[in-house]
Write a protein that binds this ligand. Structure first.
Ligand code: PXL
Length: 280
């Protein structure tokens, strides 16, 4: 069984970061080791959340694993709460990067043209540094703009996305995948650029008119999980995009109208099904 390390916060209530990554990756048949950067009562879209920072625990935990000779097939970073945590993520990469370790960075820091409240331009620059030399990065358009100093646009054409991917690729990752990209009216999905062979790829779904917290984490977890289960990157992107879109649709049908996260628990069986060779 493949083993992944994921470094992000635990938002106890809210369905994002580790409370998405752990169940999704485990369900996909990947052993998931967590490095929790902080414990929050909820994610930061709630009011009055509490935070217990765990920064001082991260290197001691990693050193312990090192002494146990643990090998990771992938390391996946998500929401990192501070500049110091980004530095620690780099150290964790250095400590555990073997020839066959996939480094997957989701530089979580904003959406809809804005950074989340905890972050500023300096943080965005540090996140850009974290992308250098890793295998795959999966920012949304907002995050890509902040990391590359590009003007954010609500309305754009393919040229804007191609140029943003070019700049993103200049940060030094092997493959850059932009999420939340609409290439034609009524559609949304991803567009990526593989620097290693100079190719672009894209995958679009029908747009569902709803925005839920944690869907970026859902896409990232499903994508890296599918790669670890032997899918090609393009297959993985399709599986993850379809799973995310399907989960949003199912959540919209919930009469309780959940507002803080998606009903991914209901759709996990479909994700597992999509990993079967005959499902493609
Ligand atoms: O889904 C990303 C995320 C993760 N963790 C925390 C967050 C957010 C987004 O706002 O607040 C604590």
């Amino acid at each position: 069984m493949k083993r992944i390390l994921t470094m992000q916060d635990i938002s106890c209530l809210g369905k994002c970061s580790i409370t998405i990554a752990l169940p999704v990756l485990s369900a996909m048949g990947v052993e998931t080791v967590i490095l929790p950067t902080a414990v929050l009562s909820t994610h930061t879209m709630f009011k009055n959340f509490t935070v217990k920072d765990l920064t001082d625990q991260l290197i001691p935990i990693a050193r312990h694993w090192k002494s146990e000779n643990v090998h990771f097939d992938a390391i996946y970073t998500g929401y990192l709460g501070s500049a110091e945590e980004i530095e620690i993520a780099k150290r964790v990469f250095d400590m555990f990067r073997a020839d066959d370790t996939l480094l997957f960075v989701d530089p979580v820091m904003g959406d809809n043209g804005r950074l989340y409240p905890a972050f500023d331009m300096d943080y965005a620059a540090l996140n850009a540094g974290l992308c250098n030399g890793v295998d795959i990065i999966v920012p949304n358009i907002t995050e890509a703009c902040f990391m590359t100093g590009t003007e954010y646009r609500e309305a754009y054409g393919r040229d804007y996305i191609v140029s943003l991917l070019g700049r993103l690729s200049g940060l030094g990752a092997g493959v850059s995948i932009l999420t939340g990209v609409s290439l034609s009216p009524g559609k949304t999905g991803v567009m990526g650029y593989d620097r290693r062979d100079g190719t672009f790829f894209e995958y679009q779904n029908d747009r569902v008119d709803a925005a839920y917290h944690g869907t970026g984490d859902l896409f990232s977890s499903a994508c890296v999980g599918a790669v670890l289960r032997g899918k090609t990157l393009q297959e993985a992107v399709k599986i993850a995009a379809d799973y995310t879109a399907h989960t949003i649709r199912v959540t919209l049908e919930n009469p309780d109208k959940p507002w803080y996260g998606v009903d991914f628990e209901k759709t996990l069986p479909d994700l597992i099904e999509s990993l079967r060779p005959e499902a493609e």
